[in-house]
Ligand binder design. Structure first.
Ligand SMILES: C[S@@+](CC[C@H](N)C(=O)[O-])C[C@H]1O[C@@H](n2cnc3c(N)ncnc32)[C@H](O)[C@@H]1O
Ligand code: SF4
Length: 395
């Protein structure tokens, strides 16, 4: 079916915004002990056709609300989207293209777990229209992978990376650092090995112990020997050194890329553009009649299905954000980026100017700087205390 005509992009703070579509697949084969994403393990087979119908209904309902858009990016996240049949991904891409115009150069990313079984589906995803894959490698050390509860070895993960490289025009993989017992020296060596296998993009996350996870229980029991604050700082500094040396600087606090290879989908979030969130527990930020709506759907997969089947969408939240809330979100997202934010856009979004005295005080501590083109950005010294910097500027 022909795509609808492209329409002029809406604006936020006088900037024409990109539109992204996030699709959440909420199932995994096992729950990793550090993970608090909306992911669930089911022992019975998943009824994919039923999920496809519900995703299609929610996409149609979202399109009816926002109207015509040109889609710059589509992201299948999870959970483990690489458990979906390639035909499911293909059908969902067709449904998106039926309701919106998909830009010819749209980025279409799928998150994949790097097991050999999943790698066998990569060609099917590519044929369905996926052009970028993001693999959860997590570590290149088998004992660390076992401690993270992963179901793949380093060798198996690297084999999946090689298949991704041969199959997709773009790929990325994730590593977790600041793991129990990890030294900066060992991490430097592991990261250099990873960069030798990487393409043009890497996500490097510092391990976070999330509440109500098995790792939180282990830590409470004194059984998780995580690096202390100085140790974590040394690991963060090692990350920046090794990546800058290799030509993969951080363009966001945890994301590294060669210039031009940044993940466009995540830039939609961090640049405070517009996105639809589809599937269980997905969040969206939609521009409807000049107002920014924050949407969220039911998290439980079966409850989400029941809600969509009864009401046409799985929405449990749909709030119009105040200008102050939008200003706070804009700061929180934009200051994660190395490019920082345009203070004039902040003013247009929030209706108030940033406080120059606060900026001067933060700059005095070396936490922020203003670039020659007037953008405000957080420095290397400021990134480890980003939350405090944002809170200060938003106060
Ligand atoms: C949505 S997860 C899923 C990717 C995929 N299911 C996998 O595990 O390979 C995206 C990434 O978040 C990171 N992550 C998840 N929980 C984390 C935590 N507690 N601390 C740091 N990074 C985490 C992992 O690197 C993971 O690859
Ligand atoms: S880290 Fe990935 S595979 Fe593990 S539970 Fe979370 S989403 Fe699933």
């Amino acid at each position: 079916m022909a795509s609808p005509d492209p329409v002029k992009a809406p604006t936020a703070g006088d900037v024409a915004v990109d539109f992204g579509v996030y699709v959440h697949w909420p199932f995994c084969l096992a729950k990793c002990p550090y993970c608090d994403f909306n992911s669930h393990v089911r022992h019975a087979a998943i009824d994919e056709p039923r999920f496809v119908r519900a995703f299609a209904a929610e996409i149609a309902a979202t399109a009816a609300r926002v109207g015509g858009r040109t889609v710059a990016s589509i992201f299948f996240g999870g959970g483990t989207p690489s458990l979906m049949a390639p035909a499911t991904v293909g059908t969902l891409l067709d449904v998106i293209a039926k309701h919106w115009t998909v830009a010819p150069n749209a980025e279409v990313t799928l998150e994949a777990n790097p097991t050999s079984v999943e790698a066998t589906r990569f060609r099917g995803y590519r044929a369905a229209g996926v052009n970028r894959v993001s693999l959860g490698v997590q570590a290149l050390d088998d004992s660390a992978l076992a401690a993270l509860g992963r179901r793949h070895t380093a060798q198996e993960a690297l084999a999946a990376v090689a298949i991704a490289r041969a199959t997709f025009p773009r790929f990325s993989f994730d590593l977790i650092y600041a793991r129990p017992g990890q030294t900066a020296e060992a991490w430097r060596a592991e990261l250099r090995r990873a960069i030798a296998e990487a393409g043009e993009h890497l996500s490097l996350y510092q391990l976070t112990v999330e509440p109500d996870t098995p790792f939180a229980d282990l830590r409470a029991a004194g059984k998780l020997a995580l690096p202390d604050e100085d140790g974590a700082r040394a690991l963060y500094d090692a990350t920046q050194d090794v990546c800058v040396d290799a030509g993969l600087p951080a363009y966001e606090i945890s994301n590294h890329a060669r210039s031009g290879a940044e993940c466009r989908h995540n830039l939609v979030y961090w640049r405070y553009h517009e996105y639809a969130g589809v599937g269980p527990g997905a969040h969206g930020r939609l521009l409807i009649e000049g107002r920014r709506h924050a949407t969220a759907t039911e998290r439980g997969p079966e409850a989400w299905l029941a809600r969509v089947e009864a009401a046409g969408d799985g929405l449990i939240e749909d709030d119009v954000l105040t200008r102050e809330q939008q200003g706070d979100e804009f700061l929180l997202m934009g200051l994660r980026l190395a490019e920082g934010i345009d203070p004039r856009r902040y003013q247009r979004i929030s209706g108030r100017a940033l406080d120059n005295a606060r900026i001067a005080a933060l700059a005095g501590h070396g936490f922020v700087e203003t670039s020659p083109n007037g953008r405000l950005r957080v420095t290397c010294a400021g990134f480890p205390v980003l939350d405090a910097v944002v809170a200060d500027l938003a106060a």
